[in-house]
Design a protein around this ligand. Structure first.
Ligand code: TEU
Ligand code: CA
Length: 573
């Protein structure tokens, strides 16, 4: 529809608290550290913060393994610190979305501690238990199927007290919750109400499309063929997932003015419409992963581990499919990166000193003018870059270490190649601390940072960006202001131009409803070359709305040039 809803308007900023800002010198970012930076975020102009998990956790997967959903991770502070953060953010007109991680809990959660003690414990059915498929000659239990976990070899772990396996799609310390159990589902709804009643404004839902598993637990054919790095796809979009999400909506979400986004690997646009269709009563938006796979390794055994560059034609095809297929029916979440992905400027732009700022602005422009809710990942507004560590021990991420073990120790990939792949694709690229200044440790901490800084902080940091009117920061500030002032950025219909152009991403946004008299033409040169392009001009009076150069050379596009024209038609008499 042409009329948009309030939740379609905001720009969201993701914070990975561990790496954002350390207030007490223990080397770990924390809640008071975030509160300190609310003025910085207000200056940038974002409307909403998505906080990666801040709940109590043994940090096997940095907070994505929760041991108490109603308590704060002690490294991050106290519930009082959280209340102060929420109040300060609200005072600055910024909403807060929490990360809801309920496909699995930590094995240190009270529920699991109880569940594993006996088969008739009242929490037993909160998790997924299966008998061994049999026993080897030496008496080792054989798992119920061949699924591979994201962060360990098998998705099944033998639990010796009760002699059954439990399912964990991620690490052994992240047992999957059993959504077939209505009592578990009510626990989840209750904890959601707990945070909403506190005043939080919404949820980003971790791997929420994995919560319903096929009760037959069939083998993963790709694993059997020796061509798979994990079996998440086997659990994606399961038989009861829409029933569960609809129930969650009825029980909880419909009763609060919330913003929701589901993290949903392995979805097509057809699946996406089922999760986010305006009339479905499930989720508002989702993070699809197709464009994150655009530079995956052609060798399926290696999955995401690769260091070759994407092709622009593929990227345009994927993003345009999502724009077109959801148009008028559902709403996209737009992102170039997050805490699981390499840095956008290194991956899709060019992080060489002479191109970094220009290409980072170019990427921001391309994303913010598409239809959907733009997400900015901390440091993206500074043009932060990927990092290279030559010692594997300098990396912290459980996925990096697990993949290293799976691929290098088995002889599939050499140590040198894997280090290059990690530097191009690893999650720690996103997790090095935010670079606030050129001072020691980039002003992130007065102590020893939990993860090494990116050595480029002396040149790339917030203090420098705030002092330079041509910085990436001010371009993002402008993009957000433009969105707030131009409804066509929100409700205009997207149309890709020249799908086969390998160098330029160009598209139109054609006005609707309140913006019916407006058209946007977005043109972005993804290369370091000067090239010539011409486009059919839409009707109306032309103004240059934004550019990452100070002047306009018409059909000449300079390296990484990105510009947007607005065409306004005079009212008819
Ligand atoms: O990520 C889910 C997910 O699909 C990951 O496997 C992701 O694809 C991978 O990290 C990219 O290489 C979510 C969280 O965002 C991630 O941080 C957690 O580790 C994971 O769930 C488990 O909670
Ligand atoms: Ca701290």
């Amino acid at each position: 529809t042409a009329e948009t809803q309030w939740w379609q308007e905001p720009v969201v900023y993701q914070i990975y608290p561990r790496s954002f800002n350390d207030s007490n010198g223990d080397g770990i970012g924390d809640l008071p550290g975030i509160t300190e930076k609310i003025p910085y975020l207000a200056k940038l102009g974002v409307d909403v913060i998505w906080l990666s998990p801040i709940y109590k956790s043994p940090n096997d997967d940095n907070g994505y393994d929760i041991s108490d959903y109603r308590d704060i991770m002690h490294e991050f502070g106290t519930m009082e610190d959280f209340d102060t953060l929420l109040e300060t953010a609200h005072g600055a007109g910024i909403k807060i979305m929490m990360d809801l991680v309920v496909n699995h809990s930590s094995d240190e959660h009270e529920w699991f501690q109880q569940a594993k003690t006996s088969r008739d414990n009242k929490y037993r059915d909160y998790y997924i238990w299966k008998d061994a498929a049999g026993f080897t000659e030496d008496g080792s239990p054989i798992p119920p199927n061949n699924w591979v976990a994201a962060f360990s070899p098998s998705a099944w772990e033998w639990e010796p007290i009760t002699e059954q396996f439990y399912l964990h799609l991620f690490s052994v310390k992240q047992p999957d919750l059993n959504w077939e159990n209505p009592v578990l589902r009510e626990e989840v709804y209750e904890l959601m109400r707990f945070w909403l009643d506190k005043g939080v404004d919404g949820f980003r839902m971790d791997v929420i499309n994995l919560i319903s598993k096929d009760p037959a637990y069939p083998d993963d054919p790709a694993v059997a063929a020796g061509a798979k790095t994990d079996s998440l796809g086997m659990a994606a979009n399961g038989p009861r997932v829409h029933e569960f999400l609809h129930e969650m909506h009825e029980q909880v979400l419909a009763h609060y003015p919330v913003i929701t986004v589901g993290e949903t690997p392995h979805v097509t646009t057809a699946d996406g419409l089922l999760y986010t269709g305006f009339d479905r009563g499930e989720l508002q938006t989702l993070f699809q992963f197709e464009h994150m796979g655009v530079d995956a390794n052609p060798d399926a055994k290696l999955g995401k581990w690769n260091d070759t560059r994407f092709k622009l034609v593929d990227l345009k095809r994927i993003l345009s499919k999502w724009q077109d297929d959801l148009s008028g029916k559902a709403w996209n979440a737009l992102y170039w990166n997050n805490h699981d992905q390499p840095r956008a400027v290194s991956r899709f732009g060019n992080d060489a000193p002479e191109h970094r700022v220009r290409s980072a602005k170019m990427l921001g422009t391309v994303l913010h003018f598409m239809q959907g809710t733009p997400y900015i990942y901390q440091g993206e507004e500074l043009g932060m870059t990927n990092v290279f560590f030559d010692d594997i021990k300098d990396y912290n991420d459980i996925e990096i270490h697990d993949s290293y073990a799976k691929l290098v120790s088995s002889g599939t990939v050499s140590h040198e190649d894997m280090l290059r792949y990690i530097s191009a694709s690893g999650r720690d690229n996103a997790r090095t601390p935010v670079q606030w200044s050129a001072e020691k440790n980039a002003g992130f901490t007065a102590g020893e940072p939990w993860l090494k800084l990116n050595p480029r902080y002396t040149e790339i940091n917030a203090e420098e960006a705030l002092a330079d009117e041509d910085s990436v920061f001010y371009h993002y500030q402008e993009l957000i202001k433009l969105r707030h002032a131009n409804p066509v950025m929100i409700n205009g219909t997207y149309r890709l131009l020249d799908a086969e152009d390998e160098q330029v991403y160009a598209y139109l946004r054609e006005g609707n409803g309140s913006s019916a008299d407006q058209t946007l033409l977005v043109i972005a040169n993804f290369t370091d070359q000067q090239i010539e392009r011409s486009y059919v001009q839409p009707d109306g009076e032309q103004t240059l709305l934004t550019s990452n150069y100070t002047d306009d050379e018409g059909e000449t596009l300079r390296p990484y040039e990105a510009k947007v024209y607005l065409y306004t038609q005079k009212e008819e008499n």
